[in-house]
Write a protein that binds this ligand. Sequence first.
Ligand code: URP
Ligand code: ZN
Ligand code: ZN
Length: 460
Amino acid sequence: MKTIITGGTVVSSEGECQADVLVDGERIVAVGLDLPRDGAEIVDASDAYVLPGGIDVHTHFQMPFGGTVSCERFDTGTKAAATGGTTMVVDFAMQAPGDALLKTYADWREMADGHVVVDYGLHMAVTDLTADTLAEIPLLVDEGVTSLKLFMAYKGAIMVDDATLLQTLQKGKACGALVCVHAENGDVIDVLIKEHLAAGKTAPRYHLTTRPPAAESEATRRAIMLAEIAEAPIYIVHVSCTRALDEIRAARDRGQAVYGETCPQYLALSVDDFDVPGFEGAKFICSPPLRDKSNWAGLWAGLRTGDLSTVASDHAAFNYAGQKEMGLTEGFHKVPNGCPGVEHRLLILHTLGVVGSEISMPKLVDVFSSAPARLFGLYPQKGVVAPGSDADVVVFDPSVEAVISAATQMQNIDYTPYEGMRVMGAVRTVLSRGEVVVSDGRWVGNEGSGRYVKAKPFVA
Ligand code: URP
Ligand code: ZN
Ligand code: ZN
């Protein structure tokens, strides 16, 4: 079955041009003008951009956290992703204490396979490192899990120590796995939380003051130093503030292979969002926390210079009712951490980034799709509209005005932190491996049609 996407502006991380895109089966076979149309189904892309499908390398579907499980499932989450122009997610398999990594991998495959509606991959979050666990890492790489995640925060739960960090970096380097780090000083945060609770400071906004920028920049620097000792590359997830970015930039200027990710919430939301009645601030509790607006300009500059490589959602969805409310009696520290956003990454990047004159369309494509594909072993199968690549393609109309609202979202959660935000642009059509899965902005795909994609080992 052939499809031709006609009349649009094809955007890559290098530039943009008027071209049609011919798809045969699951792959793109040609990009150019005057392509033969014989019998191909036509997708109209006039007045629209034609983008490689987004790759969101930071999602937490069905994640156990803080005594609950994130409410976004693999089916609902990938539908929301597709509707928002994302055709591949890389989710975090979370090792439970005592579990083997291969068991964790198998558990996550079981949760996702047959349910996802776009392609997906997995990172492995290592929370309990032993000699046996270390020995499993090369086996994971064989299975296409070529990125590992370590948490330097969440003391008493999933936080790891520096020895674990160093040994995982060394092992990752030896077998082509990129180590990703949640960089916040968990010991310091633990002390600050206890001090706040002792002083009766339990409201959601105190989440902010227990996790200051210095706790993030200190951990970022420490992680980078350990990566230097291990001579390993490192990827810092969800960079929220310029203080942490400064550490990444300094390391990159020294020539170290350090990569940074930020998220829409750190570009669009701020501490001011906690100025809401009652316990509603819990909707904005994520870690690292939202920062002062003065950080926004620096994060955009980091994306422009490449010191930040990617924008991922860190989609960690917990309903306000019954989940975020778990902190109502005892305080902010009992609120499960995370915000939803897998559906709105493109809209926010386009509105604040491109319309807001912070980044160009090619840069949007880079941070939204191409750079994540390159860093996580998926390029050029994913992350580019080019002959031979998977036909994961988004037709994006930049001229439509819309308002983000929980009432109209696909995400399986009872709120959005972007409620009422005016955005420019709309996802018109999405192809996932050649199948039209979104048409006129609506999900039209088949249940369970996504596949697990093996990532290639990391290459700097
Ligand atoms: O608050 C967040 N980000 N929750 C999800 C888990 C993590 O730290 O990435
Ligand atoms: Zn994190
Ligand atoms: Zn996360």
